[in-house]
Ligand binder design. Sequence first.
Ligand code: AMP
Ligand code: GLY
Length: 426
Amino acid sequence: MKVLIVGGGGREHTIAYKVSKSPLLTKLYAAPGNAGISEVAECVPIKATDIDALVKFASEKEIDLTIVGPDDPLVMGIADAFKNAGLRVFGPDKAAAIIEGSKVYSKELMKKYNIPTAGYEVFDDSVKALEYIKQQNTYPTVIKAEGLALGKGVIIANDYETAANAIDDIMEKKVFGDSGNRVVIEEFLTGPEISVLTFTDGKTIVPMVSAQDHKRAFDNDEGLNTGGMGTFSPSRIYTKELEKECMDNIFVPTMNALNAEGRTFKGVIFFGLMSTEKGVKVIEYNARFGDPETQVVLSRLESDLLEIINAVVDEKLADVDVVWGDNAAVCVVMASGGYPTKYQTGYPITGIEEAEKIPDVKVYHAGTKLQGGVYCTAGGRVLGVTAVDGDLDKAIKKAYDAVSKIDFKDKHFRKDIGIKKDLIAR
Ligand code: AMP
Ligand code: GLY
């Protein structure tokens, strides 16, 4: 099979690396890819959102399957465009990707089908939104821009002033553009978070192993929210009982709800969950693999990823065995100093090869490029240093051993990925 991967971050490097191991593969392309991906795929300089150019490329090269990594092309309708051109594609149609593209839609879906989530109200008028917040007078309160906002569209406000500023930024100043035409104002929930990615072909839904992300920039969950500073798998609290509760109350009902709405979802549904005193609730849906959840989750996959993806596209997911290692994985993100705000790029990176000499360590590239044959930093999140071992504590130690071999100017990474032990089951 000739396969094209759309995207160029750590998630796509991980997918490319796993797909490159498949006996079904004959040729792998990535658009636009990155320096790490270029070791396993031919990178072509087409942006992930340039749908017309991607369709043209896939048609000309007679690509058998295109795997879409990021959310924005999916929400724009890349899967529909590929199918209209007679091309096979892994990722939901625009109609189904709306579960990530519109937080208003996803909340309404959950309410209609009794899928547990935080209570909420929707506003398209900033004055009414502010009146509501004043009248509720309950803090913290959670304010979410309706659309995609690079992971920055959620504000947890501890007082009226912060809430009013958030409403003004989103709805009046339009800092997220049209993504802020409407806001969801949500009940604040507490409890440990769990990420569960699932494969679904609309008939069957198969959960992957659980993971947990670390979204804040600094140790002890301090600093700004980022795209994710590190992950581990499995979650320390996701017991068999919780998994069953999620399957029965959340995963299967979500697949069925989308079918009932005529929006059958084929691809990966990523459930952002919170284990509260009143049961597990959905914090958000994503219509794609998570980044950096993919790095740890797929590191534990023993089955052939390409075979699973083909089965999803052909609606035969029930026929494949999806087998996971009885192990643990940790990914420590090495970022450019200053991320997620201002940072410099273009610095040479050393030590990747040495880090990868440690057994079961793989360094996934996020923001890198090759300059004169040397790996250089090219983004906020630079590398996802990923280690697999028999249990979490061993995997954490191994990941940090690998991190210690790698250097670049102004490098920044969290030193506490995976070690938070206060996350006990409710
Ligand atoms: P989201 O982009 O929707 O995943 O939100 C980003 C982060 O905000 C989540 O990972 C949670 O930590 C937090 N969050 C979102 N919604 C809520 C909520 N209703 N209650 C408490 N925290 C929330
Ligand atoms: N790591 C969170 C996400 O991919 O949205």
